[in-house]
Write a protein that binds this ligand. Structure first.
Ligand code: NDP
Length: 284
């Protein structure tokens, strides 16, 4: 089988250059797309994500604001901050970095973000719009997956897509986006028995679990497209996905690497959503 690598870095680079051009056009109309990111506490992984988002914003000519709050900030203060940003005309997108400390309700925070500024696509209004096939902010990681498949001109309609993982931010919306594109979708999760019997039927297999080497060559049908969303550290501390890349590439027609696959697309789609939010104020 000739395996083709889906180069997420390159696809992200091209998409970002398009976004940067659109930002320049908007600036000529006096609109600078603005993203506000709220970080609560000092989680090092969250800090890295937030720094990357800020840097990418700047690289694309967008306005970015970082609001850092103490780990013990009250839920009320955080909600008030979100409401302040909802009303701020210079801010088009709001993102609250998850996870939040235990004393704060994540769903309450998500529901407080205006659906028009919900560039993560986590608000129930945007989820509902996505489910009913309406225009919506799509969650960035599944959106990035679809963009990668569009880039390689993958035919999704009528294909059997198996999504392993059913989280609200990755697995569930990924399956929904494939359904919207007329795929037949199967979800697998931790209670699925005999995972392999499902994954072996997949024309497109999406792994979004968080377990090193969960998907082996035996899980994959010859010629399948394999998308690895997982981001894990192996025993040597190296970043890797859920898929046993070296062996699965022998049977897959296309495969995403980790790093350099889905990861770069996630931040890119966040920027794209922020651009979309900024453009939408022209119609108000
Ligand atoms: P969650 O932990 O929220 O969800 C994991 C899912 O995997 C759950 O639905 C769980 O099932 C399922 N699962 C666990 N064990 C198994 C198993 N043995 N067989 C089948 N399914 C199983 O993770 P996320 O969805 O947030 O993230 C998934 C992975 O993607 C992580 O590695 C994360 O780091 C990565 N990620 C990468 C991003 C990127 O930009 N590349 C962005 C976001 C996440 P159940 O529901 O039954 O518990």
């Amino acid at each position: 089988m000739t395996m083709n690598l889906i180069d997420g870095k390159e696809i992200a680079r091209q998409k970002r250059s398009f976004i940067a051009e659109e930002v320049e056009k908007l600036k000529k109309e006096g609109i600078i797309p603005g993203l506000a990111v709220i970080l609560v506490g000092n989680n090092p992984a969250s800090k890295t994500y937030v720094t990357n988002k800020e840097r990418t914003c700047r690289e694309l000519g967008m306005h970015s604001v970082l609001i850092e709050l103490d780990e013990d900030v009250s839920e009320q203060v955080l909600l008030e901050k979100v409401m302040e940003l909802n009303a701020d005309p210079d801010i088009h997108g709001i993102l609250v970095q998850m996870p939040l400390p235990k004393h704060i309700s994540e769903i309450k925070v998500i529901e407080t973000i205006s659906p028009d500024k919900d560039v993560d696509g986590f608000h129930p209004v945007n989820i509902g719009r996505m489910m009913t096939g309406q225009d919506a902010f799509l969650p960035c990681t599944p959106y990035g997956v679809i963009e990668m498949l569009d880039f390689i001109n993958a035919d999704i309609s009528g294909k059997h897509v198996v999504v392993v993982g059913r989280s609200n931010i990755v697995g569930k919306p990924a399956g929904q986006l494939f359904l919207n594109k007329n795929a037949t979708v199967t979800y697998c999760h931790s209670k699925s028995t005999d995972l392999m019997q499902y994954t072996r039927q997949a024309d497109i297999l999406v792994a979004a679990v968080g377990k090193v080497n969960l998907i082996t060559k035996d899980h994959v049908k010859e010629g399948a497209i394999v998308i690895d969303v997982g981001m894990n550290r192996n025993n040597e501390g190296k970043l890797c996905g859920d898929v046993d890349f070296d062996n699965v590439k022998e049977v897959a027609s296309y495969i995403t690497p980790v790093p350099g696959g889905v990861g770069p697309m996630t931040i890119t789609m966040l920027m794209f959503n922020t651009l979309k939010a900024a453009k939408s104020i022209r119609n108000k």
